[in-house]
Structures are given as structure tokens and as C-alpha cells.
Design a protein around this ligand. Sequence first.
Ligand SMILES: C[S@@+](CC[C@H](N)C(=O)[O-])C[C@H]1O[C@@H](n2cnc3c(N)ncnc32)[C@H](O)[C@@H]1O
Length: 227
Amino acid sequence: MTPEPRLEAAAHFVRAEVHADIGSDHAALPITLLRSDRVSRCIVVEKTPQPLAVARRAIGRAGLLERAELRLGDGFAPIVVGEAHSASITGMGQRTMLGILERGAERLPPALILQPNDGAELLRAWGPTQGYWLTGEALTTGFWRYAVLHLERKTGNDPAYLGVPGAAARRYGPHLLRAAHPLLLAELQADLSRLEPLERFGRAEVLEGVRALREALAWLDGRQVGR
Ligand SMILES: C[S@@+](CC[C@H](N)C(=O)[O-])C[C@H]1O[C@@H](n2cnc3c(N)ncnc32)[C@H](O)[C@@H]1O
């Protein structure tokens, strides 16, 4: 079975001996990673027994149980420090993911692949505070538009954000803006139609969104003029 584009995009960023997938449920991502030999072993974490059983059955049907380890627990709690080289969290809201990352701060591996179902702004802002650079981004279609972030632990300032205005970069993604990704351009137009009529009501959330949007559009325009 072909995985959803968002999970395929997440898999593309993974290359590790031991990988941990947090909140696997149907285990489509661990199965993709093991089948394609992007990882040798995968630790599959679920917080409740029922989805863990679903994951076990799916991995069993795929004939991959020998290379998978299934563990029950909250986020990174079942991961021993240093045992995983990378980890993924996909298909959840960014606030839930942030909570998992914050509770697991001591156990995080050097590479993270994050695919939130809503915005990615909080996760992009979190990275630099914890010494993670945003080394890659993807944007895929599906039920919604999904951003996929590849974060790697490195020292110094993250060059991804150089030369891209801050609010626009956090909301829309510095790599996606630099690439003028076609799905991102469609998202900017959709945000413009959605947010502009709401601006006059003055809600802080809307005003912040409009600011980031205008920053992004002006930056993209400026680049075209400069070409
Ligand atoms: C919507 S599903 C996403 C499944 C899959 N990762 C995907 O992208 O399609 C979210 C899964 O994460 C699990 N989950 C949520 N919070 C978790 C936590 N703190 N630790 C482990 N698993 C968690 C839920 O039990 C659920 O099975």
C-alpha cells in the first residue's frame, strides 16, 4: 500500500540505524521506513494499548516484526537516551507535538521529523531554542496542506532563517519561501482571501496572521523585482 503523501514526505527525511516513531497508530510510517531500508530498526511508541495493538498487527502483516520494537508510553518516555538516531512525530496538532517534545527534552535524538496537522509555527520557533536547525522542509497535499519539518541538532545560529523576515519564516517556512513552493503560493493566496475581510475586527490572532502574510508576499515580490 502506498503511504499518504505527507508520510512519504516525512520518510524522505529519514535515514538512520535506529529510528523512533512516536504515536504510530496504523504504523504506515514505520512500515514504509523498514520496507525501504531507510532504517534498520524502528521503535514504535503508542500511549495507549489499543493503537499499539493496531500497530503490532499492521507490522506483523507486513512481516516486519523482527525489526520493530513496540513500546507503550507517553512520547519519548519509553526511549532510552542515545538509543535512537532520529524520531518522527506525525499526524497530530502542533501543540500536542510541542508537549511531547518538551516532556521528552532529555531523550530527544539528534534528528527530528515533524509533520503537524495544523500550523508549524510553534515547532519552527521551538527548534532554535533547543539547538535544532531546520535543515529541510516539505509541503504536501492531502486532507489539508501539510508541512513536514526536518530538524537536526547543530551548534550556532540556524542559517535557514538568514535573510527571510521572522514572522513570515516562522509561519510559512524559510525553505518553502525561498523555493517559492507552488503549494505555498496557493496557501498565501488562500490566506489573503480568508484573512483580509477579518482584519477590520482587530483580533490579535488575525492581525498577526496578516502581518506574517504581508511580510511573506512583500519578500517574495522583492525577490522577483531583484532578479
Ligand atoms: C492521529 S494519530 C496519527 C498516526 C500517525 N502518526 C499518522 O501520522 O497518521 C495520533 C496517534 O498518536 C498517539 N499519541 C498521541 N499522543 C501521544 C503521546 N504523548 N505518546 C504516544 N503516542 C501518542 C495517539 O494514540 C494516536 O494513535
